[in-house]
Ligand binder design. Structure first.
Ligand code: SAM
Ligand code: DTB
Ligand code: SF4
Length: 345
């Protein structure tokens, strides 16, 4: 979707935008199914990078206690089994590194962990920073289902947030993931002081990726004391801005999971309900994200029950792959919403 198309949509009255996004959600996804992911921090803190929002950068004094080594495999397996028992189908593992290299014993450990978690019947996602072709290949061979590498914001605003690597670096890693045939999880943050234009530019970029990301996490900034963002104090996005971003993401990425990620605990149940209606269909379940607290898991499961949303199964196809996105005969579905394909309850 082009910037101009996104801009036109973003200027619609919110409820009309939500209605369009809901129609596309019904047409291109299994409406009513929600992907439940759980996050664990494999290696916390002491990261060389200077991302202005991040609790884990060695350049900020955030009070995060840095790990010297990776979490031992047995502990990760226990956490994965707990996550599975709690209802998660995707297990996401983060390491606070600039990147990974084949031949590094810590990368071999990660590959071993990926194989072991996959053997539990869970989808496995990792976020380890930048990587090359060989590393992506090794992760695919180990059975990695998805790799998270966010673009965070627009190309133009990125240097105001990160200077230790570039937008181009991020796109290069994304290319390696896509070419290795690993599902790409690539999203952003709202609430960094960016403009509406920056949000639309981010959506334009992710929508132009080939293939488009399998999931698009929407993070609302969690202000971490000691980070540059905590000193800049940008306005926090409210629930309706989050709903607007969700709806636009659904329209820009009709077949992707749209994940309510960091900052979800600040949304009321009603705010989350509107996000799910507008196209969100994924969340993190668990008391913690990487370093920050998350919404309470019992409350989340209760909310899903009350909204009549069902957890997806691992590797369950939830997109209607045959649906043409762009063709001469049929305009993009957001300009021509078809009938709802929600499964009967
Ligand atoms: N080091 C890896 C990388 O940079 O890709 C992975 C970890 S990083 C924590 C993953 C993503 O979490 C970031 O790209 C950002 O979108 C999100 N994130 C990190 N800290 C956040 C915060 N304080 N508030 C909101 N989102 C945050
Ligand atoms: C993503 O987009 N959000 C998650 C996951 N991918 C790795 C991370 C959120 C981190 C929130 C801040 C923290 O826990 O430190
Ligand atoms: Fe490091 Fe990732 Fe945090 Fe940036 S976002 S400081 S790369 S852990």
């Amino acid at each position: 979707m082009t910037y101009d198309e996104l801009k036109t949509l973003s200027e619609l009255p919110l409820l009309l935008l939500v209605e369009r996004a809901h129609a596309v959600h019904c047409r291109c996804r299994s409406f009513g199914k929600v992907q439940v992911c759980t996050l664990v921090s494999l290696k916390t803190g002491n990261c060389s990078e200077d991302c202005a929002y991040c609790a884990q950068s060695a350049r900020h004094h955030t009070g995060v206690v840095a790990d010297k080594a990776l979490m031992p495999k047995e502990q990760v397996i226990n956490r994965a089994m707990e996550a599975k028992a709690a209802g998660a189908t995707r297990f996401c593992m983060g390491a606070a590194w600039r990147g990974v290299r084949l031949g590094d014993p810590r990368f071999d450990e990660v590959l071993d962990i990926v194989r072991a978690v996959r053997a539990l019947g869970l989808e496995v996602c990792a976020t380890l920073g930048m990587l090359g072709e060989a590393e992506a290949e090794a992760l695919r061979e180990a059975g990695l289902s998805a790799y998270n590498h966010n673009l965070d914001t627009s190309r133009e605003y990125y240097p105001s947030i990160v200077t230790s690597h570039t937008y181009e670096d991020r796109l290069e890693t994304i290319g390696h993931i896509n070419r290795a045939g690993i599902k790409l999880c690539c999203g952003g943050i709202i609430g960094l002081g960016e403009s509406v234009q920056d949000r639309l530019r981010l959506l334009e970029t992710v929508s132009s990726l080939d293939p488009q990301p399998e999931s698009f996490p929407i993070n609302a900034l969690i202000t971490i004391p000691g980070t540059p963002m905590s000193r800049r104090r940008p306005d926090a996005p409210d629930a309706l801005e989050t709903v607007r971003m969700v709806a636009l993401a659904r329209l820009a990425l009709p077949h992707s999971h749209v994940r309510l990620s960091a900052g979800r605990e600040r949304l009321s149940p009603e705010g989350q309900a509107l996000c799910f209606y507008a196209g969100a269909d994924s969340l993190f379940l668990g008391e913690r994200l990487l370093t920050a607290p998350n919404a309470a898991p019992e409350k989340d499961l209760e909310l899903l029950r009350r909204l009549g949303l069902q957890a997806e199964l691992p590797d369950e196809p939830t997109s209607a792959p045959g649906t043409p996105l762009y063709s001469d005969d049929e305009p993009h579905p957001c300009f021509n919403p078809g009938p709802c394909s929600a499964p009967p309850q």
